[in-house]
Design a protein around this ligand. Sequence first.
Ligand code: GLU
Length: 591
Amino acid sequence: MYSFKPLALRLALLAALCASPAFAEVPQKAPEIATAYAEKPGWTAKQFMVAAANPLAADAGYRMLKQGGGAIDAAIATQLVLTLVEPQSSGIGGGAFLLYADGQQVQAFDGRETAPAGADDTLFQNPDGSPVSRATGVVGGRSVGAPGVLRMLELAHKQHGKLAWATLFGPAIKLSQDGFPVSQRLHGLLKWDQALKRDPVAAAYFYDNDGQPLPIGYTLKNPELARTLREIAAGGADAFYHGRIARDIAAKVASHPTNPGKLTVRDIAGYQAKVRTPVCSHYKAWTVCGMPPPSSGGIAIAQMLGILETRDISRFPPVGGVPDARAIHLFTEAGRLAYADRNRYVADTDFVPLPGAGIAALLDKTYLAQRAGLIGDKSMRRAEAGTPPGMQVAWGLDNALQRPSTSHLVAVDAFGGGLSMTTSVEDAFGARQMVDGFLLNNQLTDFSFDARDASGPVANRVEPGKRPRSAMSPTLVFEKGTQKLVLATGSPGGSSIINYVAKVLVGTMDWGLNVQQAISLPNFGSRNGPTELEQGRIPAAQVDALRAMGHEVRISEQNSGLQGIMRLNAHGQDFWFGGADPRREGMVRGD
Ligand code: GLU
């Protein structure tokens, strides 16, 4: 946990707390809207709020808050419904990270999947040592890690839940029994995916007799999931990690006809969620807290902000929702530097130490100022990893697969609690293996397929019991000094998550946008390759200006799924303002 201040100091700050401003509401023009982009208005509330990637899921969370539940209760009810209505992205067969603040402390809950005891660094290699193909990596039993979502949520609920565990399952059980309308996005992904229908259980559930995806609006019932959820509601997470469900998962993984995996009932039974210390750093007037390893997100975002702080990106705000090319230049150069370190150094720190003195070395102000010194008027195009203070080991370069799926939710409650949670089955529909009404993750493909290169062993290589490195970046921002939560945000998007979330942070903290405007801004960033710009949303003049600065520009979909809640202040009154990504089906509910 990250504790804010000693008690005496905290009390001394209370008076200031009442007087201190939240983000002031800055009027801004709405961003430019591209086609196939559903504009969202942003939502306000006074007491509590939840935002999620699907309206039914957000509604479940809202109902918990309305019944007197806290943010953790809302997150659990929301996640359980997401398992049903957004199975392409997350579910109880996957993993998650959750950052929670209650005004006194910030905790990072780690529900990341673990590699089976029987796995080693040849897991994703052919007999000759070459990496397996993407399809072999993802689809089947091989990529399935021990799921972490339920153990993590149970741990958070034991510490902070206000409603009974079983109550949180009500909306998901009812929707599983009675059915829910297949959404446009679920239908679209079912149509696009070719591997899911090869699993007979998934084929019978998601497709009709002719192998066509169920149509938009079809009422889909999932009695298997209703049974599973009823058992977990009654028996706690133990009902998932021991007994019928665990046996079914292990049997499904082992019995895959062409690509079996190594996950056993022992691996599942032994799964442990962890509470870690978040990565917190100061940026201008704020304290920004993110997820520590096994996520690379918190460190990379803190590095980007630390680098940008020396260049003051606030000088180049967007105009009419269009980002300035000079801002994109600074942002993408900072991104290159941060991703270079991430790709080489960050992995599960329970197995692999970070270079030098750990997180502190990677966030060392002098080190980041040196890194920022590499930014010139022309793009560096590709950055090398730096040498943080005290570093001794040489690491090889990671080549994990990351393809967009995943979901993000945020919630604030009436008791001073707030959270940000990113949750994932990794690829769309995970390993494409359905069991007991839910899908299994393929999170192990977030490990590097190669175990070493000429520079040395790869930090993120597969090891038994290890957690694959993630980019998931649930983030909470506090007003520096007062510990007041002012922003909760995060996104799916594979390794681009770091850029998506950093865009919202810069948008709100540097450019004075509200969270909806910041989410809706066109996406841009670099993962230490080309400068990636969201298709159809950045005018040619900006692209030309970037090319003139030496950028190799790639225009692509950049499909984030950002959600955010921020504290705003108007006429001396604080209130919550929530935003959901126009690129997905999310929405915000609150009172
Ligand atoms: N598996 C990825 C990670 O943990 C997230 C995948 C996604 O966002 O699509 O970083």
